[in-house]
Design a protein around this ligand. Structure first.
Ligand code: CUA
Length: 325
């Protein structure tokens, strides 16, 4: 059963339309663009040198088998073995060092209009938006950012070391307990990307991901404004069951009596691209499956199973949560 669920999660990530699992080589952000250029320059440099060495080898093995005089052999070693590699490696190193400030542009407090605080937890992401105006907005397992605007991320961990990475937007940065690391990113194209945890952090490390959504600034601002207020709730029975079965002691849902802080904030769960921290598509069925047997989808998760509840109750809770747009 467990295998079935892990397999279905994996095949969903690989084969479904979950656009997101995009490569570093399809950049959609300023930093990722530079990383992609650096990669192609290094790869072309390496390929040229490899071709040169193999060409020389073939030439000497097939066509030019006479012995060289000691003097010309030493000259080949000096130029081909010392001067050429030193110059090439120094040039590549100088290029990489020259790129570096652009790869880690530290957002000045004044230049970033939006700061997003992300805390890594086993095995999900706590997200708090701090816009320059207005109160902070809490969310989880999804990061939205406006295209064309530099965003500052403050990265923390609540337990072990995790690593924050949105491959098409920029390089990775560790999330270390007791430390605040800063990263700044600027998306250049709208899109939905997958952000994996990039540091082994326990059983479900490979199942710890989030969706990153780069949106047009206007759409982003209206989305953030909608997130700042409680979602209009439909399905009073689901809401009552959620509270009666104790879900509210771990989860927060704005506008209700659910005030827990141990698990992800579910205030606008229905508006997210995925559930289970980047693992399943956000459908009522996936939410119900997660509530019933979380350990089958995310081994090592702190959430207890609720499969002792009548299936109708689980369905009603899932339907209500999905409705929190
Ligand atoms: Cu969190 Cu790996």
């Amino acid at each position: 059963m467990g295998q079935y669920f892990s397999l279905s999660a994996a095949s969903f990530l690989l084969a479904s339309g979950y656009a997101g699992a995009r490569s570093v080589l399809e950049p959609a952000g300023e930093e990722a663009q530079q990383i992609a250029v650096l990669f192609w320059v290094m790869l072309s440099g390496g390929a040229l040198i490899w071709l040169g060495v193999v060409g020389l080898l073939l030439h000497s093995a097939l066509f030019n088998r006479r012995r060289l005089a000691e003097k010309s052999a030493s000259r080949i070693i000096l130029w081909g073995g010392v001067v050429f590699p030193s110059v090439t490696l120094c040039a590549l190193l100088a290029y990489a060092l020259w790129l570096m400030p652009g790869l880690r542009p530290f957002a000045q407090a004044s230049s970033a209009a939006l700061r997003i605080e992300v805390t890594g937890r086993q095995f999900w992401w706590e997200v708090v938006y701090h816009p320059s105006q207005g109160p902070p907005v809490a969310s989880a397992n999804e990061i939205r950012l406006p295209v064309g605007e530099r965003v500052e991320l403050t990265l923390k961990s609540a337990d072990v070391i995790h690593s924050f990475w949105i491959p098409p937007l920029g390089g990775k940065m560790d999330m270390i307990p007791g430390r605040i690391n800063r990263l700044s990113l600027k998306a250049t194209k709208p899109g939905v990307f997958r952000g994996p945890c990039a540091e082994y952090c326990g059983t479900s490390h490979a199942l710890m991901a989030f969706s990153a959504v780069a949106m047009e600034p206007e759409a982003f601002r209206s989305w953030l404004a909608a997130q700042a207020i409680p979602a209009p709730s439909a399905g009073a029975s689901g809401s009552a069951l959620f509270l009666r079965h104790g879900c509210g002691s771990c989860h927060f849902v704005a506008g209700t009596d659910a005030r827990g802080t141990i698990g992800p904030d579910l205030s606008h769960l229905g508006s997210r691209v995925t559930v289970g921290a980047g693992i399943l598509p956000n459908t009522e069925d996936a939410v119900a499956r997660f509530i019933a047997r979380p350990e089958l989808i995310k081994p090592g998760s702190s959430m207890p199973a609720f499969d002792m509840l009548p299936p109708g109750d689980v369905r009603a809770i899932a339907a209500w949560l999905r409705g929190l747009q």
